[in-house]
Structure formats: structure tokens, C-alpha cells
Design a protein around this ligand. Sequence first.
Ligand code: HEM
Length: 422
Amino acid sequence: APAHHDLMMAGHEGHHGEEGHHDAVPDRCAGIEFDAIAPDEKGTTYFFKGDHLWKGFAGPAELSNGSFKELDEHHHLGHVDAAFRMHSKDDPTHHDHMFFFLDNKVFSYYNHTLEDGFPKDIQDVFPGIPSHLDAAIECPEGECKTDGVIFFKGDEVYYFDIKTKTVKKRDWPHFPQCTSAFRWLEQYYCFHGHNFTRFHPVTGDVEPNYPKDARNYFMRCPNFGHGHRGSVNCTNAHLDAVTMDDKGKSYAFRGKLFMRLDSQRDGGHAFYISRFWKEVDSDVDAVFSYDGKIYFIKGDQVFIYKSEAHYTLIEGYPKSLKEELGVEGPVDAAFVCEGHAIVHIIQGGKMKRIDLSATPRSLVKEVSLPFSGIDAAMCGPEGVKVYVGAQYFEFDSPMVLSTGKIRPIPHEIPQQMLGCAH
Ligand code: HEM
């Protein structure tokens, strides 16, 4: 088995089916150019080639009509040209549906059931988008300016705004010709040949160090793989920082790695902090979210980024902790509760409340905490979570945390939050 099984990736491993022994069954480990890739509503990824598909990152090829029955009931239509999972929160009738494009037709599936009235002409559902597409990928608001879909055909790239149904052509001259495209954990991948390239869905910029061979990352193949057994130290479990923003996005940080906690449907995978927050790099002391921004405290410095995906560092940062928040480091943990402009800064057995709406920052209050040794803390709809070593504690509010004389029942931090599998 490749080295990459048991660490760092939590959640979906794909579904294992029966071994295929038929000669005509394609082998994705031989290096396949996929026709289309898309996740379903449960987070299982489907890879399409001809009349076959693969479910998840491991397992053999199966006939597509076993999973999506109607796909070959229309004999004049070819194979799936492009596919994506719709993201359109304002429109629950389409949200999370899988859309497949075959020649000039579009199919919409939910729970592997074809929606009434489909297939339809692409023109009727996505006016301005051509037939015989190469690839398609969803791009939710926050990652793109609006909920949208990016379509690829030859050298042409189209951005379709779902709400207004308007189409804009993108001028991405140096872009690879994608035969399929796949959004995974908010990252955008164009597949071409048996390689893939990660790109920025708004600017079309291609990340350095690509293309990479898909067999090392998106499927399990003998003699391929990535990541190294034991490269994540899962003993001495603790977190450096955690945070949840007002859109409910939450993150855990440890050493050089971070992990999104709220997108487990599509599988949890730790990435390097430097992937998104280059200047911060590693070993943060505390992280909190406030007013559409994410604040990293590291030593006596504060880095502030916009919280929207493609996080950008705000000009003038990092600044000193003293200048930004009026406190001296080091800081153990920090959190803001939604709707409040107060950051709670935990240092040893003390918690400072600082008003972020006042300039210069003013200390509202300092309280003693009933315990010390806190590594990380966050505030969400269920209250405050405080992380100490391998355990965490829950409090209804910051007030309960500061006045509580008795420690609530400890919970174990899930291994997957540390970037380790169970
Ligand atoms: C089913 C299991 C796994 C799957 C499907 C998977 C998939 C992926 C994918 C798609 C990427 C992104 C490639 C890119 O953007 O260029 C990635 C990156 C990475 N994976 Fe995995 N992975 C798995 C398990 C593991 C394991 C077990 C480890 C290590 C212990 C690991 C370590 C890494 C590292 C270090 C990166 C680069 C992270 C970064 O640049 O921020 N992966 N993985």
C-alpha cells in the first residue's frame, strides 16, 4: 500500500467495490485523462471516463449507469463531458445537485435520482454556455464574487453567474486545456492528461510547482503516493490555536499545519499553513476571527488577513501586539464571540477583555481564570471551547468560563483535528 493511508487524511477514503477483471475496464493507475470529476451531495468524488466511473479516491472502475441509471438511456449522447456539484444556497431546488453535461444536454441528479424534466438543453439552463464542453467547476460566493460556475471548452473559459444567469468570458491565455475540473476543500484543480494544476478561480493564476501527477494525490495506486507515514507527530497531542468566524468556518492550527473543521463532508485533510497564510508559516500562539478578518498572534506580532478564501494579508501587517491590541506577549489563546467587538486574550491564568471598536485599544476588564495551561480557545453558537493538552472543555459563555469554579467534564480532542487519522 502507498505510504499515504493512515495519517493526515480523515474522513472519506472512497467506497470499495468489487474488483473488475474485464479487459475493457479502464485502469486509472495506468494514467487516465478523465472526462469529468465531481463530488455528490454526500462528499463522495466521482471520476468519469467513457462509460465507466470510479467512486472516491480508491477502488476499481464501474459502469456509470450503475450509479446514474439514465446516463446511457439516451443513445445518441456520448459520454459525460463535464460535471460539477451545484453551490447555490439561495436556491434549495438546485443546491448540492450534481450536474452532468453530455453533448448539448444537461442532467441534474440528487441522491442519484434524475430530477423531473431532465435532461434539458444546456442553453435552457445555462444560456450562453456552449455544447460539447470539456470541464466545469462550481465556485461559491466568497471564493468567486458570486455563486458561479466556470466552464471550459478548448481555449475558452466562461464564468456563469448562477443568480443573474449572465456569462463573462475569461481571458486566461496561459491556462492548461482542462478535460475535467474539480473543487476539493475550497481548492481549484484543472485536470489535463494524467496531471493536474491548481489555480485561482478569480484571476486564473496557476500556482507554482504544477502540473503534478494525479496518481500521487487523487487516487491510490501502487508505487504512487505522497505524504510520509509518521510525518505528523500524533503523540503529545495539543493544538496551537482554533477559531470560528461569523460564517461558521472553523480551523485548527498546530505546528506547520492547519485543518478546516467544518468541511468534513468532502474529507478532512491537513495542509501547510503556508499554503494560505504564507507570512505566518507556522507555530501560531493564538488565532481569532472578527469583522470578516482573521487575526494571527505569533510571538509579539499580529497578522491580519481577510477571511474570504484566497486570504490576503492586510497592508501594513504584521504589526506589534502592543500597537494592535495594547498587550504584551506571549498570548496563549484568544477568541471573539459573534456579534461582539470584544476579544478575550488568555495569558496564563488570566483573561483580558479588549474592545476592538475603540482606538487606541482599551482594556475593558481582566479576570482570573479557574485554571491555566490553556493552548487554544474559540467561541461559536454553542459557547466557548477551551483546549488544554489533549482535552477540551465547553462553557456556555465567556462569563461562565471566568466565573466557573468547577472544571466541566473533559472531552478528548478528536485525532483528526490534529491532522492524524483515528
Ligand atoms: C486518502 C488519503 C489522502 C488523499 C486523497 C490526499 C489527497 C491530497 C491532495 C489532493 C492534496 C493536494 C495536492 C495539491 O494541492 O497539490 C494533498 C496534499 C498533501 N497531502 Fe494528502 N491526501 C491523503 C492522505 C495524506 C496523508 C496520509 C498524508 C501525510 C501523512 C498527506 C500529506 C499531504 C501533504 C504534506 C500535502 C501537501 C500539503 C500542502 O502543500 O499544504 N496526505 N493530499
